[in-house]
Ligand binder design. Structure first.
Ligand code: 5GP
Ligand code: ZN
Length: 167
């Protein structure tokens, strides 16, 4: 009988990819995060999945690196948060990891703590802005079909007015 353990695909951290058979793709086929736009492909070429390197043309990497100005509301070693340049609500903050991660599709188990801390930071900022009791919305857009326009993951914190149902 063939030794099946030899054929289990693993990522660079040695984690099996076989759990989710939908991830299987033919050689040369686009990654899920490459399907929608050339912008995504350019970003991935310059910063491999999960890379800590800054991507050359990424607006949010430039904000992290202080090459572009932003209205910062929080910063630590791992995260930065700033007011959205085009706010869709009285409170519209973006919580952004300093590491360049292009889309939610590029997250894996190693990012679970990071994503949790993004949510907890948004929770703390909502309280600091006095919108926690009325309520607020947290959004992570993924790829063009999900409304993502900046390909460096970010959590939107929206509040300060009655938000409409999603649709
Ligand atoms: P996405 O559509 O990718 O989920 O969200 C990107 C968000 O980034 C948008 O709400 C957009 O207004 C915001 N944004 C884009 N460029 C800049 C910028 O240079 N500075 C700031 N503060 N926000 C930006
Ligand atoms: Zn970036």
């Amino acid at each position: 009988m063939a030794d099946q353990t030899k054929s289990i695909p693993v990522n660079r951290r040695g984690v099996s990819r076989q759990r989710n058979s939908k991830r299987t793709r033919k050689a040369g086929a686009p990654l899920p995060s490459e399907r929608f736009s050339a912008t995504v492909r350019m970003t991935l070429q310059r910063a491999p999945h999960g890379s800590d390197e800054l991507a050359d043309d990424c607006i949010f990497c430039k904000i992290v690196n202080k090459e572009l100005p932003a209205d910062l509301v929080f910063e630590d070693d791992e995260l930065i948060a700033f007011n959205d340049i085009s706010p869709q609500a009285p409170v519209h903050v973006l919580v952004v990891p300093k590491a360049h991660i292009p889309t939610v599709n590029d997250l894996d188990e190693d990012h679970a703590g990071l994503v949790g801390r993004m949510v907890l930071r948004a929770q703390a900022l909502a309280e600091a802005r006095g919108i926690d009791e009325d309520g607020y919305r947290l959004i992570l857009n993924c790829n063009a079909g999900g409304g993502q326009t900046v390909f460096h993951i970010h959590l939107h914190l929206l509040g300060g007015r009655q938000l409409r149902m999603l649709g």
